[in-house]
Design a protein around this ligand. Sequence first.
Ligand SMILES: Cc1ncc(C[n+]2csc(CCOP(=O)(O)OP(=O)(O)O)c2C)c(N)n1
Ligand SMILES: [Mg+2]
Length: 321
Amino acid sequence: MFMKLQEKDMLPIYEKMLLIRKSELCMLETYQKGEIVGHMIPAIGQEAPPATLTTMLEEGDYLLTGHRGGGYYIAHGCDFNAMWCELYGRSNGALKGRGGQLHLMDISKNAITGNAIVGQQWGMACGFGFAAKYYGKKGIVEGGEASTNRGTFHEGLNMAAVFKLPMLFVVEFNGKMMWNTQDEFLSCKRIASRAHGYDIPGKTVDGNDPFAIYEAASEMFAHIEAGNGPCLLECITSKWRDTVGNLRDTPENIEKIKAPENDPICRFEVKLRKLGVLNDALEAEIKVRVEAKLAAAVEFAKNSPKPDKFDGINEIYSQYV
Ligand SMILES: Cc1ncc(C[n+]2csc(CCOP(=O)(O)OP(=O)(O)O)c2C)c(N)n1
Ligand SMILES: [Mg+2]
């Protein structure tokens, strides 16, 4: 049984999408100004899956992503100030300033939302899945479509199916693996078809539409929570930026991706207005709140202490020999 997206969840999802978009754009600008360094993989253009799916998680549930996980970190309510401190390499960052954007995590929320090794998360999902099953919780594991070519994806999905682990496998299909296009690296058209090999439910949805994502995920979570094991949800979306650099694509394609009829935030806005859930006053109020949260986090990070030069060794080797 699927559930429709409830009105109470609509504006929170919209606000999460805006916060991801604004924060990740700000991250790129800050990088371009030379204020922060490191490797960053923004979720700009892919805001709908993290904003929608994290809304479906409850306290104690598990969250694991691949390299494009910043949107999940933000949407899941992980420590936002700690993320910005991490970007600035400050000692009170999510990883004490040592990991950067690609390694974000908030263990207090059972969330590991970064991984430099493409596809590593699919195997780790079984560990999360065993914990989730033990504690009566559920979890989400996310990755890009190219990462599903890795053995870890197939081993992970097989083991999760055999042990009926309560995990939703989410693939964000953006049609690209760095500069390669789908026809150059993928043997199948749809990733959801890979579910058949493991006898689990698989479905493809419009990953730029929170309504579609929510309906499919609610059906899958019902299956998972009834103890039937994992499901595979493929969300078709589009990335606007690859890493800190520009997307390697033609200007026409990039323009098309960003057009209001494809932009997930514009599309959601239009739908919410039609439903009477969003109006000018509410939109302005939400945007002010998002801007204020971002400005406060950036300010907090800039004023946070830099790590001491001797800190690097702490917590890497045992201090108790
Ligand atoms: C094991 C491994 N192989 C290759 C890379 C280099 N790499 C980084 S991102 C990426 C593309 C991944 O594409 P996809 O899974 O579709 O995710 P997207 O970046 O499109 O979100 C690759 C090959 C890596 N980091 N790790
Ligand atoms: Mg991809």
